[in-house]
Design a protein around this ligand. Structure first.
Ligand code: PAF
Length: 283
């Protein structure tokens, strides 16, 4: 596996490998890799001639300086996981390499897609994601790019980015990877205290129970599902609900409270101590 730390090095290494029209599968990450990432790596490896990953904690997508500072980083462990999954090239630039002083990266606006949920709670987050993923797509020119559905809203934003850039890259969204206890795998799980880690699966247990209610009665309204989820999370002293929204899977706009939840997606963010946990479920 080749480790490239500059854009030039990445360009040279990738051009040499992709001769003869080979397909490139690309997985952008912020490192702290876990089994969730590995499922994206496996798909990228399986479906393409060349598998490229990036490991870059993108400062401009963090609206909270503490979150950026505390974001887990372990490039040594990351390279092992990438090697195990057959990565050909990993791009691991510094912030200065990505954003040299005085440079003006291309920006994108995502309209209604970025004014709700994660976009509303983390102003500037998707603008920062758009800038970095746009740059990474220009650098790697992938045939396919892989994203996890845990960040469901991000996948919608990336599809819109591809449309705005007018590039021919297939966005592959991969199902959420969960621990055996149901907790959605996330780099942030490593920051939970052992007590909170033990209680965190309650979030998915609540989402699953809400999906069972919808399955049993497809007419169940969004209002009833919201009440169920909000009350359950409120019953847990260690958990603070940031939001639970039921929204359309494509537009991400909130479904009317009196409409059936079925066909929509439930999006949740819960704080446990200083850790922000995100998950979602299809109804
Ligand atoms: O999902 C992530 O890890 C990041 O938002 C991404 C897509 C790598 C951009 O920094």
């Amino acid at each position: 596996m080749k480790i490239c730390t500059t854009k030039d090095e990445l360009h040279r290494s990738l051009s040499a490998l992709r001769k003869g029209g080979k397909s490139v599968g690309f997985v952008p990450t912020m490192g702290a890799l876990h089994e969730g990432h590995a499922s994206l790596f496996k798909a990228a490896r399986r479906e393409n001639d060349i598998f490229v990953a990036s490991v870059f904690v993108n400062p401009i997508q963090f609206n909270n300086p503490d979150d950026l500072k505390n974001y887990p980083r372990d490039f040594g462990a990351d390279t092992e996981i990438l090697e195990e999954n057959g990565c050909d090239i990993v791009f691991h630039p510094t912030p200065e390499e990505m954003y040299p002083e005085g440079s003006q990266p291309k920006t994108y606006a995502f309209g209604a897609l970025e004014s709700v949920m994660e976009g509303a709670q983390r102003p500037g987050h998707f603008a920062g994601v758009g800038v970095v993923v746009g740059m990474l797509f220009e650098l790697t020119e992938p045939t396919r790019a892989y994203f996890g559905e845990k960040d469901f809203q991000q996948v919608a934003v990336i599809r819109d980015l591809v449309r705005q850039m007018g590039i021919d890259v297939q966005i592959v969204s991969c199902p959420i990877k969960r621990g055996e206890d149901g907790l959605a795998l996330s780099s942030r799980n490593a920051l939970l205290t052992p007590e909170n880690r033990a209680k965190a699966p309650f979030i998915y247990a609540t989402l699953s129970a809400s999906a069972e209610i919808v399955k049993a009665n497809p007419q169940t309204s969004c209002a009833d599902i919201k009440k169920f989820v909000e009350e359950r999370i409120a019953s847990q002293a260690e958990m603070k609900l940031e939001y639970f929204e039921i929204a359309h899977p494509d537009t991400l706009q909130t479904a009317p409270l009196d409409a059936p939840a079925q066909g929509n997606v439930g999006f949740i963010v819960v704080w446990m101590g200083k850790v922000r946990l995100i998950d979602n479920i299809r109804y």
